[in-house]
Structures are given as structure tokens and as C-alpha cells.
Ligand binder design. Structure first.
Ligand SMILES: CC(C)(COP(=O)(O)OP(=O)(O)OC[C@H]1O[C@@H](n2cnc3c(N)ncnc32)[C@H](O)[C@@H]1OP(=O)(O)O)[C@@H](O)C(=O)NCCC(=O)NCCS
Length: 402
């Protein structure tokens, strides 16, 4: 990479319910509150990008860059909205990096948001099932109510069969993540705790989502409102912002790859694009999986917590769940994975998720995570953000700036 790119600031809303906050208010808040972290005004930002996925279907709003430009100081700058399903946030980060590399500016804001609940904070699981279904191949969504839970219930079934893994082994990933979310004040489920018995027992809200398939409520990520934003800068940009490099994390490696949208006919248990993007990001950073001891992976369902552990190179295919069971993914483990609580317990405001993964990992590397979740001697971090049925992957490798 010609110019190193640094994370100068991060901010996110509490994930969960934004109640009556409108989309224009969300976008403006996201920009102004991340600027406040480093005492700059939006006029200090040269370029931007925003990721979202359900803005048309749920919020009836397009042209989000125009909303960014309504924030005083953000007028007339290179900005656009990007969409790659649940990888939209990661994609917004890449778009800002690309603009900085092109010399379109020295500083940029990458943000993501989703407003998935109504103004009373209520969610409609069936509606979400349908609108998220637009991010699947038409033939593969036919007859499915909760399209993504259904598609990933099939992935879970296939994963269990291929590697001889049990529902219980996957459920313990969720239990561990709820345990982390307890200490993350921004997590949607930070007041909810579950035991392995609860995660396994079909009782109350915990039900099989699709008859005949193993996925249960506690295997699923949340339906979430939230926003997250990062300020990225080149060395020149850091000087302009007045942020010392020692307060920053470098996005040392990054890559993206998209596989065919149709799930059938490709090896989703060993997703080619995801591995390719992750390996490229490691290569760019000059690091190997053994060098990272912090990671955030896209656990939209528990099976993805296991599979994500494999993609980042911490376990062989089929051994991801064991990595968690052995305590290696714990805060004090070999590589602390999803200390934020992950999508399952931190929440999953689709467009914000990729930004939040990178932002949280940066906080870890700077020693700014909540005390109970802070990894001792954090070395480097890997993030793995996906969109669709393991279709679009955005991967990054982060290290403290030197
Ligand atoms: C699992 C799921 C289908 C449940 O939807 P549902 O059956 O309509 O949910 P219910 O109406 O029965 O929910 C009742 C309560 O159960 C609980 N609940 C619902 N989903 C939950 C989840 N994923 N985890 C834990 N608790 C959950 C909540 O307390 C909810 O009450 P709330 O509305 O106050 O939050 C839904 O959460 C879902 O689709 N999750 C995945 C989202 C997704 O696909 N994201 C994209 C990934 S690629």
C-alpha cells in the first residue's frame, strides 16, 4: 500500500433501539459524535462513505450521501452510499481508504447504520426475514419466511454433519458472547445472560426457527438499530487533525472478495472468497494468523462464530467450535474473539456491523476496551465481515501505529 491509513477516531451508538430517531438525525449524529472524539468539526473531513442495507426497504430513504452532506461542514465532498448486505459497513471503510489512496483527501469518515425497529422499539421478525431475503438468490429464498435464519440453519446442518459437531458445541459460542456483552455498555444484550442449558432448551423465546433444522433463537444475531463511525487519515491527515500517531491504529491489511450469491453449488463451509480476502489482508499487513490475539468475526449465527474462527486462520476447517470450547477465544485466551459480544449479543445493525468490528478491535489494540474485556498485551487484530450467504467478505488486519 502506498500510503498507510490510520484510525484516528471511533464512535458508535448503543446498539438496540434508536426509537424515534430519524435517518437524517442518525447520519448527522454519527458524523458529529465521531468528530467530537478528537475535538474536530466535520469541516476537517475531506471524504466519506456510508454503508446501509435496509434503508430503502425499511426506511424508504436513498441517497444517504446527501444526508451526510447536510451535516454542517460536510457539503460538496466526495461521498457515496455503498451496499454489500451485512458487509456494507466494511465496504464503506474500504471506499474511504481507496479515496485516501487516490489522493482525494487526507481524512475521511466511514460510517454505517441500520434502523430495523420501529419508533416504539418493536421489531417485526417476519418483515425483517423478508427484506433481508432480498440479499439472497431468488430461487433460494422461495418459500422461506425467515430467509437468512433459514439459509444459515442449512449451513449449520451441513457444518454439523460434515464435521460431527453438535448443537451444544455451537450453542456454547453464544453463551460465551453473552458473557462478554455483559461488560460492553454499547451491547444490545448487556442486561441478558444465558446458560448453556437455556441456549439448548426449547422453552419460552428459544425455539427452532425452521422445523427440521437445528438453528434456535439463541443461535441467531439480533435485530438491531444502531450506528458506528470511524475517522480514517493518512499521516498528513493525522497532522491536520492534530491526532498523534501513538493514539492510532493502522489498517495495515485489507481485502474484499465476493463469491456467487447462490449458495448451492459452492463450498460454503470453506468459502473461497472469504479465505482469499483474509489471506490477502494478512499478506498486506506482513502478519500471520499466529501474530493476532484480538479478532471480531461475523457471527450472524453461531455456526459463523465457528467458521469465522477458521477463516481468520485460528482453527482448521471443522475445528472452530473446539477453539471456543477450549477457552482459546476467551478474553484471556490465545486470541480473544468477539469480546464485544459479537453480532449475537452486541447486536447486528446490518450496515453498522463492519464499522463496529473494526472500531472495537481498534479500541482493544489501544487498551481502551472495558476493563473486564481488555486483552492483555494486544498485538494485532483481524476482522472478518460478511454479506449474504457468505457471499461478500471484507477482511482487515489492524496493528498499533508505529
Ligand atoms: C431469530 C429471529 C427469527 C426471531 O424472530 P421472531 O420469531 O419474530 O421473534 P419474536 O417476535 O418471537 O421475539 C420475541 C422476543 O424474543 C427475543 N428474541 C428475538 N430474537 C432474538 C435473538 N436473535 N436472540 C435472542 N433473543 C431474541 C426478544 O426478547 C424478543 O423481544 P423484543 O421484540 O422485545 O426484542 C430473529 O431474531 C432474526 O431473524 N434474527 C436474525 C437476524 C438476521 O437474519 N440478521 C442478518 C444475518 S445474515
Amino acid at each position: 500500500m502506498s500510503k498507510p491509513v490510520y484510525i484516528a477516531a471511533y464512535n458508535q451508538s448503543k446498539f438496540g433501539k434508536l426509537m424515534a430517531m430519524t435517518v437524517p438525525q442518525i447520519v448527522r449524529n454519527a458524523i458529529e459524535s465521531v468528530c467530537r472524539q478528537i475535538n474536530v468539526t466535520p469541516s476537517a473531513i475531506d471524504v466519506g462513505s456510508i454503508g446501509a442495507a435496509c434503508n430503502f426497504s425499511l426506511n424508504h430513504q436513498g441517497l444517504l450521501s446527501g444526508l451526510m452532506a447536510m451535516t454542517p461542514g460536510m457539503e460538496s465532498k466526495p461521498m457515496e452510499m455503498v451496499e454489500n448486505a451485512c458487509a456494507s459497513g466494511g465496504q464503506a471503510i474500504l471506499s474511504v481508504i481507496q479515496k485516501l489512496q487516490l489522493g482525494w483527501g487526507d481524512t475521511g469518515v466511514a460510517l454505517g447504520y441500520e434502523k430495523m425497529r420501529d419508533n416504539e422499539g418493536k421489531m417485526d421478525g417476519k418483515l425483517i426475514g423478508e427484506v433481508l431475503g432480498y440479499f439472497s438468490f431468488p430461487d433460494e429464498r422461495e418459500g422461506k419466511t425467515f430467509v437468512f435464519p433459514h439459509l444459515f440453519a442449512e449451513v449449520m446442518r451441513d457444518y454439523m454433519k460434515e464435521y460431527g459437531i453438535t448443537e451444544e458445541q455451537l450453542a456454547q459460542i453464544a453463551v460465551c458472547e453473552y458473557g462478554n456483552a455483559k461488560y460492553n455498555p454499547c451491547a444490545q444484550m448487556n442486561k441478558v445472560q444465558i446458560t448453556l442449558d437455556q441456549a439448548m432448551k426449547i422453552e419460552g423465546i428459544n425455539k427452532y426457527i425452521v422445523d427440521g433444522l437445528p438453528l434456535k433463537t439463541y443461535d441467531c444475531s439480533q435485530i438491531t438499530d444502531g450506528y458506528a463511525a470511524l475517522i480514517l487519515a493518512t499521516e498528513e491527515g493525522l497532522k491536520k487533525l492534530g491526532v498523534p500517531k501513538s493514539d492510532c491504529v493502522e489498517i495495515a491489511g485489507f481485502a474484499q472478495a465476493s463469491d456467487p450469491l447462490k449458495k448451492e453449488g459452492r463450498d460454503v463451509l470453506r468459502p473461497a472468497g472469504a479465505y482469499k480476502a483474509m489471506n490477502k489482508a494478512y499478506e498486506m499487513a506482513g502478519l500471520k494468523p499466529k501474530d493476532v490475539n484480538v479478532a471480531e468475526v461475523h457471527d450472524c449465527f453461531t455456526v459463523m462464530g465457528a467458521l469465522g474462527t477458521e477463516v481468520i486462520g485460528k482453527a482448521e476447517p471443522g475445528k472452530g467450535a473446539k477453539y471456543w470450547a477450549d477457552g482459546k477465544a476467551a478474553v484471556d485466551g490465545e486470541c480473544a474473539i468477539n469480546t464485544s459480544g459479537g453480532l449475537i449479543a452486541k447486536g447486528h445493525p446490518v450496515g453498522a456491523t463492519g464499522v463496529a468490528m473494526v472500531g472495537w478491535s481498534a479500541q482493544q489494540l489501544l487498551g481502551k476496551a472495558p476493563q473486564e474485556l481488555q486483552v492483555k498485551n494486544p498485538r494485532a487484530a483481524a476482522t472478518f465481515n460478511i454479506g449474504g450467504p457468505i457471499c461478500a467478505s471484507v477482511c482487515t488486519v489492524l496493528k498499533a501505529a508505529s
